[in-house]
Design a protein around this ligand. Structure first.
Ligand SMILES: [Zn+2]
Length: 358
């Protein structure tokens, strides 16, 4: 596979406060690791263009965009987690534009798939307000761009540890976008229950799979086998878009999940397989959260990119010194996850043939 990475040094400029978890080292350390592994000899580095106002207004209200633009000049605040630092508007436009750049590279056949390694993240941003470190919803802005280019069935898989509440809200009544979110519960933002299924025409096209703290690689793969793969095959997407949060890693300081870098690589390998089977390999991943800057992000990003590019995954592993943390973070939650999956299947068997009597 020919894989693109959309990245710009300006993605390191965004900073809320020096101690904020969503900080520049998230990508700085990753870039060091990717260079050290020689990954840029194997993938295509792509320069992002900023999103246009038209792209942004396909998702966000004029009032919010005006508010963000105004306070981006003088500094301000959205909520306790989400300051408006000076200059954030232009940086958010470059992040959203990075997602569109990735989609365009795939649609134009310049690459088979692409990873938009952008900051600030986007999946908590709603049409009328940002939230949870997010200003503009990069994923939604990219998906709306794809819809304008004639893509009628798009699968969004959001595996960030937090529920993608902003993205869910934007596509809640849209039957052309299947939104599947796997997330830790309980955790911010407190939404993402299985009975949130979409509304109107969109009923059945939102699937929420809550996971208990301690969930690890085996359970994530179980969700792939029992929900994501069968439903994706029934939906037959023309494009697969992944909100690739990396805060499910067992060293993440904000969450309690226990996924490994190898687990991330395997999830992406399966997503790439699905894209090859269903939509000519068209897949874009967009970076969302992930706050373990040294122990996770350099390795999880590497695993994801290697899987997208079809490289050998056997060398993707955890740094030895952090393995102790996995032993206390990982819990025996198989039965709990199974129970949650049964609930999701029971609720969604009304909408999806593949989930009946299984
Ligand atoms: Zn997150």
């Amino acid at each position: 596979m020919r894989t693109g990475i959309v990245y710009h040094p300006k993605y390191l400029e965004h900073e809320q406060t020096p101690t904020h978890p969503e900080r520049r080292e998230r990508l700085a350390y990753t870039m060091d690791q990717l260079i050290e592994e020689g990954i840029f000899d194997r993938v295509k580095l792509i320069d992002p263009s900023p999103a246009s106002l038209e792209d942004v207004l396909a998702v966000h209200t004029e009032e919010y965009v005006e508010f963000l633009r105004r306070y981006s000049k003088i500094g301000g605040m959205i909520d306790w987690d989400t300051n408006i630092p000076v200059g954030v508007f232009e940086r958010a436009l470059l992040a959203a534009g990075g997602a569109i750049t990735a989609a365009r590279a795939v649609v134009d056949g310049e690459v088979d798939n692409a990873f938009a390694m952008v900051r600030p993240p986007g999946h908590h941003a709603k049409p009328y307000i940002g939230a949870g470190f997010c200003y503009l919803n990069n994923m939604a802005i990219m998906v709306r761009w794809l819809q304008r280019r004639g893509f009628d069935r798009i699968l969004i898989l959001d595996w960030d540890a937090h529920h993608g509440d902003g993205t869910q809200e934007i596509f809640y009544e849209d039957d052309g976008v299947l939104f599947i979110s796997l997330h830790q519960m309980p955790l911010y933002p407190g939404t993402g229950y299985p009975d949130e299924v979409g509304r109107g025409r969109g009923e059945g096209y939102t699937i929420n799979v809550p996971l208990p703290p301690g969930t690890g690689d085996e359970e994530y793969l179980m969700v792939f086998e029992e929900i994501i793969e069968p439903v994706a095959k029934e939906f037959r997407p023309e494009f697969i878009a992944i909100s690739a949060g990396q805060d499910n890693h067992y060293t993440d300081p904000l969450t309690g999940l226990a996924l490994t870098a190898k687990g991330y690589a395997e999830m992406m390998r399966r997503a790439v397989e699905l894209s090859k089977e269903l939509c000519g390999g068209r897949l874009v991943a967009i970076l969302e959260g992930g706050y373990s800057v040294e122990a996770a992000l350099p390795y999880t990003n590497l695993g994801i990119i290697a899987a997208m590019a079809g490289l050998d995954l056997s060398y993707i592993r955890e740094p030895e010194i952090y393995l102790g943390e996995l032993r206390w973070r990982k819990k025996d939650v198989r039965d709990k996850v199974k129970k949650n999956l049964e609930t999701v299947k029971r609720i969604h068997s009304r909408y999806w043939n593949c989930l009946r009597d299984s």
